[in-house]
Design a protein around this ligand. Structure first.
Ligand code: SAM
Length: 347
């Protein structure tokens, strides 16, 4: 182990040994980037209130979205030359991209942990093909178990489809299935314990996410963020919990003391994991971002479409990682909200 540079005053970053690849993606704080999020589309079949406005979203023209061949080229370079080890497909809603299993098969040929984040609404029909193509596991978003509220929150009346989709994912072997819940005070925070109970009953790990200022509008307020401390306290009062080792995941993990599995919280607002962050994100239109909250994109699409070599792509990728900041500054005066919503960046 080698000591790296400080990321915040008084804090020492421990630099991990770099993977044996020609050009590992190490930023100026010593963080090694091995996790790539690929948004395959900015379009979504839901309109979750905490994520995007009901009307007025403008979708990318088809020609601006990277093709499967372009995505495969970037992914292969990231894996073989730069040491990326996990790839998560996201969106928008990734399952609305036509022929998604074809892309999955291309990426599954790479030595990576390949997963997908989805709202689950179409999993009953697509899970078997995705599993056959080589997808390993899925995260399904589910923010309410009450049909009326679910319909209000997502602006779609499809709770049954999502619940059935979770079953379909388990049946297709896309395990472990994780369920993501964004908690918004006054919207669904009274369901925290119900959703935790659901996870225990169905045998899936539920991960509660603190609401981030990425709604593409002005909906987010600090007062509506339900903190990790509060989430853990509410669940623990009914199902006693004990903390587990966090590892390199963004989720802080807790074990049910009665052996009922585990639950996680992603405290992006109150306890951000920026010092351990090892991820980079590729938007559907080929812009590379080193942080969800980046204000700057690094344009890989232009490099790709102007006949750029792999070296030129690597230079752009390394420039993006090299410019990564120490951490986002939600709750600080200098924080500037990104122009794009979570669905446009790729959550
Ligand atoms: N459509 C897919 C889905 O529903 O999972 C993938 C894209 S979605 C943007 C990815 C994740 O981001 C979902 O779990 C969603 O709940 C979460 N998300 C969206 N907006 C968020 C926000 N403002 N704060 C925290 N999480 C958010």
């Amino acid at each position: 182990m080698v000591e790296g540079s400080a990321s915040y005053p008084g804090q020492i970053m421990v630099r991990e040994p770099t993977a044996e690849v020609p050009r590992p993606l190490v930023d100026s704080y010593g963080r090694v980037h091995r996790d790539l999020r690929i948004s395959v589309t900015d379009r979504c079949n839901f309109r979750c209130t905490y994520c995007m406005p009901e009307e007025g979203m403008t979708w990318l023209p088809k020609g601006e979205v990277l093709t499967f061949e372009e995505l495969e080229r970037i992914a292969r370079l990231m894996v073989e030359r730069h040491g990326v080890r996990s790839i998560r497909l996201t969106g928008g809603e990734p399952t609305v991209r036509a022929h998604l299993p074809v892309l999955v098969a291309k990426l599954a040929a790479l030595p990576v942990d390949l997963s997908l984040t989805t709202n689950g609404a179409t999993l009953r029909s697509v899970a078997p093909a995705l599993a056959d193509a080589g997808l390993r596991r899925v995260n399904v978003s589910l923010d309410s178990l009450r049909p009326e509220r679910f319909a209000q929150l997502t602006r779609r009346d499809q709770l049954d489809d999502v619940l059935d989709g979770i079953d379909a994912a388990v049946e297709a072997g896309l395990t472990p299935v994780k369920v993501n819940v964004v908690v918004v005070r006054g919207v669904n925070d009274d369901e925290i314990v119900d959703l935790a109970r659901f996870g225990r009953d169905v045998g899936v790990t539920v991960r509660f996410i603190e609401w981030m200022p990425l709604d593409g509008g002005d909906a987010w307020t600090n007062e509506q963020v339900v903190t990790q401390a509060e989430i853990v306290e509410r669940i623990g009062a009914i199902f006693p919990l004990e903390a587990m080792h966090r590892g390199s995941e963004p989720a802080e993990r807790f074990r049910y003391q009665d052996g009922g599995g585990e639950v996680g919280v992603i405290p992006s607002v109150t306890r951000p994991f920026c010092e351990q962050c090892d991820r980079i994100r590729l938007t559907a239109d080929g812009q590379l971002r080193s942080c969800l909250f980046s204000l700057e994109d690094h344009d890989l699409r232009t490099v790709l479409r102007s006949g750029g070599t792999d070296d030129a792509l690597s230079t752009a990728i390394e420039a993006c990682v090299g410019a990564k900041w120490a951490g986002h500054a939600i709750n600080q005066v200098q924080f500037v909200k990104p122009r794009r919503s979570m669905s446009q960046i790729g959550g």
